[in-house]
Design a protein around this ligand. Structure first.
Ligand SMILES: Cc1cc2nc3c(=O)[nH]c(=O)nc-3n(C[C@H](O)[C@H](O)[C@H](O)COP(=O)(O)OP(=O)(O)OC[C@H]3O[C@@H](n4cnc5c(N)ncnc54)[C@H](O)[C@@H]3O)c2cc1C
Length: 431
């Protein structure tokens, strides 16, 4: 199935440029990592192209820290051209249509590219418009979001503007959304900021969560409920943000519990941190690659598409039921690369991804719970320490270790990482 890397003979140069052995759609965390690993591991030259419209690449896990005033926004941003590995062609375009039966991808400018193997990693779409009034007021009137690189610094402005008597409201959307801890991490950092200023007890903090639990892994949820209590953060379960009135400074929630389904409540705020609802990008949703929910439908262990054998997907856009994190990408990418190389060699592909995700939960300035888990919510720490505890080392890992690892190791295609301990049984013990 795989063609030779350099086409010769009667094919024109233009045709050569329209066909690639490996075509990657999306040059974010997943796309760059796969391209770099493939370049590093392949024994022979592989012709790889990345379709990516954006000139800037963000390290999104640090957005939470920027919003809390603990990280310079410039450190989250790099030029895409410096990240695309040498020898990989960067196609500065948006993929619009997918025709996997004919191994082709259509670009927004009308060009069509063909491939031997396709890797889809476009990330998620942030559905700001699903909340009435939000886009008109985001970045003003105390309405902020760490999910937007444009407005994340406004979160820090809002936080500093809080004073005795202020009310800060935080929202968490319906699953799935990227980084399961991000909506609450900023609530804890806000509370800790107010504590340090000596005004925590004079402010109201409310966290409105769509789900009936604070976090999907019960072992960590138990600790997080205690931490919210410690700060006096009131947690309201099964509330979904539906409307924001910026000038009026109110947020409206729809209740989603069985008993109160459809009821609405409106609350006033001085600061509103919104984590927006998220879904697959439109071009994915409407493509033959999507499952009923719109995500690229892959096997959860091999990352291979269920219907198109030469298509793989990873990162936030794929259908695997893990938490959508860069940490998951780190463990998915080697599996995708291994399986592409198996296909090139005419060998059977292999399972390898176990659902690993990690969420460093910043519970205070200087303290983090390093939540690591796999499919089924099984806790799998990488460090030989009680993973339920807030630790200084966790903060160092979040602020210093992981960004270094991301830019200089993962995006460079290195694949050795500390093994997470799947034999850990601490989560079975009663607490
Ligand atoms: C506030 C916040 C906090 C987070 N915290 C953490 C954390 O603590 N730990 C953690 O591990 N993860 C965290 N994450 C999640 C992490 O950043 C993502 O899971 C990760 O970036 C996913 O990688 P990806 O490559 O799938 O998507 P992205 O990195 O989002 O890249 C997708 C790329 O695809 C491109 N694209 C989109 N559509 C098309 C198209 N049609 N054609 C071509 N290209 C396209 C986009 O321009 C983008 O560059 C956080 C995210 C946010 C927003």
């Amino acid at each position: 199935m795989f063609s030779a890397p350099k086409m010769r003979g009667s094919m024109t140069e233009k045709m050569q440029r329209m066909h690639h052995q490996v075509l990657i759609v999306g040059g974010g965390a997943a796309g760059i990592t796969v391209a770099a690993s493939l370049k590093r591991r392949a024994r022979q030259d592989v012709d790889i192209a990345i379709i990516e419209p954006a000139d800037e690449h963000y390290y999104q896990p640090a957005f939470t820290l920027v919003g809390a005033g603990a990280y310079a926004p410039t450190r989250t941003r790099r030029q895409e051209e410096h990240l695309v590995p040498a020898g990989v062609r960067w196609i500065r375009a948006t993929a619009k249509t997918f025709d996997p039966a004919n191994n082709s991808v259509g670009l927004a400018d009308g060009e069509t590219l063909t491939y031997d193997c396709l890797v889809v990693c476009t990330g998620v779409k942030l559905d700001w418009d699903k909340i009435e009034g939000l886009t008109a007021t985001l970045g003003r009137n105390g309405v902020c979001s760490n999910y937007s690189p444009t407005y994340m610094t406004y979160t820090w402005d809002c936080l500093q503007a809080l004073k005795p008597g202020s009310r800060a409201v935080f929202t968490q959307p319906p699953l799935p959304f990227k980084c399961p801890g991000a909506p609450q991490k900023i609530a804890y950092l806000t509370a800790d900021h107010l504590r340090r200023r000596g005004i925590l007890k004079d402010c109201d903090l409310d966290f409105f969560v769509h789900a009936p639990v604070i976090f999907g892994v019960p072992y960590f949820a138990r600790e997080l409920v205690k931490i919210a209590e410690r700060y006096g953060i009131k947690v309201h379960y099964q509330h979904n943000l539906v409307a924001v009135d910026g000038p009026g400074k109110t947020a409206t929630f729809m209740l989603v519990s069985e008993e109160r389904q459809g009821q609405r409540i409106t609350v006033p705020f001085d600061m509103l941190h919104v984590s927006p609802p998220q879904s697959a990008p439109e071009e994915i949703k409407t493509s033959p690659l999507a499952n009923a929910a719109g995500w690229v439908e892959v096997n959860q262990n091999t990352m291979q598409h269920l219907r198109y054998a030469n298509v793989f997907s990873l990162g936030d856009v794929c259908s695997t039921p893990n938490s959508k994190t860069a940490a998951a990408v780190r463990k998915q990418a080697p599996v995708v690369v291994h399986n592409i190389l198996c296909m090139m060699a005419g060998q059977a592909i292999e399972p390898g991804y176990d659902g690993y995700a990690s969420c460093p939960l910043t519970t205070a300035f200087g303290k983090t719970i390093l939540a690591e888990f796999i499919y089924g919510g099984k806790v799998t720490p990488s460090l030989p320490l009680d993973p339920s505890k807030e630790r200084r080392i966790g903060w160092w890992i979040k602020v210093t270790g992981l960004p270094l690892m991301y830019w200089y190791y993962m995006l460079k295609g290195y694949e050795w990482f500390p093994r997470h301990n799947t034999a850990f049984t601490g989560d079975m013990a009663e607490k």
